[in-house]
Unconditional design. Structure first.
Length: 137
């Protein structure tokens, strides 16, 4: 069930992400805007396929960030029932609400720091996407 949730969250994040250009800054970070006109390297051009950011990885990063946000709120004293009620009150499609509520439940049942939880959920997302698409890198 957890893998389905992660896959659904990743798919929804992927659809929202679109096909924006990704730039690699001199400091090694990636972003959607040019870093500096003189020192910007467009990572989507002239680079081996293995070094490009994959959209599935981007979606899993988004899931991990959301899990980290939830875990941080939990560590700051927010209750699971309050977060579930907030998710239910959002004006989003039913499937998105359900996915968000499942992620909240998963995060509240997880142990560790917000960073550990986010990292673990992101890793599980990447692993599940690789298993669901055999033959693709």
């Amino acid at each position: 069930m957890t893998l389905r949730l992660l896959f659904l969250l990743a798919s929804m994040s992927l659809a929202a992400a679109g096909q924006a250009a990704i730039y690699k800054c001199p400091n090694g970070q990636f972003q959607d805007k040019p870093c500096d006109k003189a020192a910007t390297e467009d990572s989507s051009k002239g680079r081996p396929e293995a070094t490009k950011l994959r959209s599935s990885d981007e979606a899993c990063v988004a899931v991990g960030k959301e899990a980290g946000r939830i875990a941080k709120a939990r560590s700051e004293g927010s209750s699971m029932s309050k977060m579930l009620a907030d998710a239910e009150a959002q004006d989003v499609p039913y499937a998105r609400k359900q996915t968000q509520k499942k992620l909240i439940t998963e995060v509240f049942n997880a142990q560790g720091t917000p960073t550990q939880i986010a990292s673990r959920i992101e890793s599980e997302c990447v692993k599940s996407r690789k298993q669901s698409a055999p033959g693709k890198p």
